[in-house]
Design a protein around this ligand. Structure first.
Ligand SMILES: *Cc1c(COP(=O)(O)O)cnc(C)c1O
Length: 388
């Protein structure tokens, strides 16, 4: 395989709920959920049933025809959100690509060629296509890929004065994560988001929320924007949406959707019946009050456990931060830059977890994780911290 990954030396072969087993039969508590993807855990029986039932009916027809699972899922997402219209694709990067193209096309066709600037924020992550990586705010991901697409400006996150100074009639969109994930688990300040909403209204720019990671119950609401109380014009989501089956969506309003017309954008696999049938079950389960209550209860349990750990290892880790089951643990002192080593030590102790940059550990367990799995994972994390 092309050497763009450095996979762990253990190869998982089976998962059930929030546990995973590798080729040697070693068992792990799963605090990663495939990077915030397997929202309902591994081998969820409802998802398996939906997938196999659809597999026996119809796999793929292309967007030359629509299909029942896609229509059902679109309606479900509309009922759950601010949106009136949905575009399906296969990954978070593709959903953002669609959102940025929609904003550009709206600017071009409704206001003129000058309206093409996309404003985004430092440390943001929006995907790995050339356009989305250029909108993202992490230079390490664009280095060596020049020339990059133009018309993109990066501003400091949560700095309303800087945003105000950068806004003008050439701006077609402002894009942000309500809580920066890959960038280090950094929440947007609600006043900043409200200010961005007002500036977008004033200058006829679209406010785009990238909820690829924060969406689908991850923060304890169905979408993170509900907590802030500010609706976007466009929202992108993926990761947990398919619970492990690749699917993504761009949600928008009737008015904004008109910027696309027949043929102006597309995807061969986007909205295929298999992905939509699985996602329909995932969205149904996540939007149940019990699931979101479990997110908040397990988040409290994790936050308490991690806070206690930060008191026992005050020279190594700081108090946790984040929202719901999207939690960051900043490393301190000589441990800064060593998130990879801690993640490897955790694996040795039977715990799969993530990092968010070199200085922050990241936990994104399944939304359905139980209290016992959380308690066991915390024990293993402590052993890992002691062992590094
Ligand atoms: C993971 C992620 C993406 C990219 O999603 P892919 O499915 O890997 O293309 C985009 N935005 C955010 C906020 C993400 O966390």
């Amino acid at each position: 395989m092309v050497p763009n990954y450095q996979p762990a030396q253990r190869i998982p072969v089976r998962g059930l709920g929030s546990r995973i087993w590798d080729q040697d039969g070693r068992e792990y508590v799963d605090f990663a959920a495939g990077i915030a993807v397997t929202a309902l855990g591994h081998a969820n029986p409802r998802m398996v049933a939906a997938l196999t039932e659809q597999a026996n009916r119809l796999w793929h027809v292309s967007n030359v025809m629509t299909n029942e699972p896609a229509l059902r899922l679109a309606q479900r997402l509309i009922d759950l959100s601010f949106a009136d219209k949905v575009f399906f694709c296969n990954s978070g990067g593709e959903a953002n690509e669609a959102a940025f193209k929609l904003a550009r096309r709206r600017g071009n066709t409704q206001f003129g060629a000058h309206k093409n600037v996309i404003l985004s924020f430092e440390h943001a992550f929006h995907g790995r296509t050339l356009f989305t990586v250029s909108v993202g705010g992490q230079p390490k991901y664009t280095q060596g890929f020049e020339p990059l697409p133009g018309g993109i400006r990066h501003l400091p996150f949560n700095d309303l004065a800087a945003l105000k100074a950068a806004m003008n009639d050439t701006v077609c969109a402002v894009v942000m994560e309500p809580l920066q994930g890959e960038g280090g688990i950094l929440p947007a300040d609600p006043d900043f988001v409200r200010g961005a909403r007002a500036l977008c209204d004033q200058y006829d720019a679209l406010l785009i929320f990238d909820e690829v990671q924060t969406g689908n119950g991850r923060t304890g609401r169905y979408f993170a924007y509900e907590q802030i109380g500010v609706a976007p014009d466009v929202l992108t989501t993926a990761k947990g949406l398919g619970g492990g089956f690749p699917i993504a969506a761009m949600l928008t309003t009737d008015a904004c959707a008109q910027a696309f017309s027949v043929g102006s954008h597309g995807s061969t696999y986007g909205g295929n019946p298999l992905a939509c049938a699985v996602a329909d079950v995932v969205v149904e389960q996540i939007s149940k009050p019990e699931t979101l209550e479990n997110v908040r209860a397990r988040a409290d349990q994790l936050m308490q456990g991690l806070t206690a750990l930060s008191h026992r290892y005050p020279d190594r880790i700081a108090a946790p931060r984040g929202q719901g089951l999207l939690i960051g643990i900043p490393l301190l002192g000589s441990w800064q830059g060593k998130a990879g080593a801690v993640v490897a030590a955790a694996m040795d102790q039977g715990l799969w977890m993530l990092l968010a940059g070199p200085d922050v550990l990241r936990l994104t367990p399944a939304l359905t994780i139980g209290a016992e799995d959380v308690a066991e994972g915390l024990l293993r994390l402590e052993r890992a911290l002691a062992a590094v």
